[in-house]
Write a protein that binds this ligand. Structure first.
Ligand code: FAD
Length: 293
């Protein structure tokens, strides 16, 4: 279903992000959890795309599997670093053929070995290109960064870059993960002041271990871990179950507060694990998204 129709249908959107597993065991584990994700009735699910096309075939395979074998509505991520217009055209044609309606358009992280030849410099270029694609009128989402994107320390300039993506035709914004709702609310207000009116989905990722928190700090550069959260984690850092409980209950509190503030949607970075998302729903007193909308 196209994102405009999803936005009309659901007062509040709930989406789950998966990554394409690298191994057969990873595929089996994710397949075994899909029924649990389906039971939570998300508005859509999204599937990541390795920068530079490193997961191209696996992303395609997972998207196709979700579209044909489950009730989940998949939205592929698409990154443009290291891609030509021809590469992107082939991907768009393939997605149009299997009836995909929406894409999350990203520049992608620059590979450490440097950027290969690319017809696109930024996310906005990819949005423009997808919107001019003749084969299908895809809905297009883009990324936003409540706590800043590390490459652009100037926050006013960064807002102009986000606005360029929306002006290029983006239909919704999904944020980077954050742990401080006040940072999100202030950024959302700054978006409005800059004339950015696209619906915004808040990115939530529960901490499930100390190692997982450290990798988030690397992956989502600039994300702040509030002192209150760190204090709670430090108290139990030697007890993995307790760390997991603290991380999940923090994320559940964030979700409850976001819902109280009429957030347009929540995007869960699931890491292909259903337990944390299920536990958050349980903490909110529900067993599916329909009860939260
Ligand atoms: P852009 O919007 O192009 O911005 C990148 C940087 O360039 C920013 O600092 C911006 O301010 C700056 N910039 C933009 N336009 C200009 C301009 N005209 N001149 C100068 N500077 C400019 N990565 C993956 O590889 N695969 C994924 O599947 C993936 N999924 C993601 C999902 C979400 C919800 C989020 C938040 C991020 C995801 N990422 C993914 C990470 C993302 O690709 C990186 O954060 C990347 O560094 C930026 O991508 P972007 O689309 O936001 O880039």
């Amino acid at each position: 279903m196209r994102i405009d129709d999803i936005l009309t249908r659901d007062k509040t959107l709930f989406s789950f992000e998966f990554f394409p597993p690298k191994t057969d065991n990873g595929w089996s584990a994710l397949s075994a959890r899909l029924a649990a994700f389906e039971a939570l009735e998300p508005s859509f699910v999204s599937v990541t795309y390795g920068a530079g096309g490193s997961t191209r075939d696996k992303t395609n395979a997972l998207v196709k599997h979700l579209a044909t074998e489950t009730s989940l509505d998949p939205i592929p991520h698409l990154t443009c670093v290291g891609h030509s217009k021809k590469d992107i055209g082939e991907l768009l044609t393939g997605y149009a053929e299997v009836g995909i309606d929406n894409l999350l358009a990203l520049r992608g992280d620059k590979p450490q070995e440097g950027i290969a030849d690319s017809d696109f410099s930024y996310g906005a270029d990819l949005v423009k290109h997808i919107k001019s694609f003749n084969g299908r009128a895809f809905g297009v989402g883009v990324a936003g960064y409540p706590e800043g994107h590390p490459e652009t320390p100037n926050r006013l300039t960064q807002m102009e870059h986000l606005k360029a993506k929306v002006d290029a035709g983006a239909d919704w914004i999904c944020t980077q993960l954050f742990f401080d709702n006040n940072a999100f609310y202030d950024w959302k207000e700054r978006c409005e002041l800059s004339g950015i009116n696209a619906p915004i989905l808040a990115g939530i990722m529960p901490i499930t271990s100390i190692a997982n928190m450290k990798s988030m700090a690397e992956l989502a550069g600039g994300t702040n871990f509030p002192a209150a959260l760190q204090r709670r984690l430090m108290r139990c850092q030697d007890d993995p179950d307790a760390v997991r409980n603290v991380g999940i209950s923090w994320a559940a509190e964030q979700c409850a507060d976001l819902l109280d503030h009429d957030v347009r949607g929540i995007h869960f970075f699931t890491m292909n694990q259903s337990f944390a998302t299920e536990d958050i729903y349980k903490s909110l007193g529900v067993t599916s998204s329909s009860k939260l909308r």
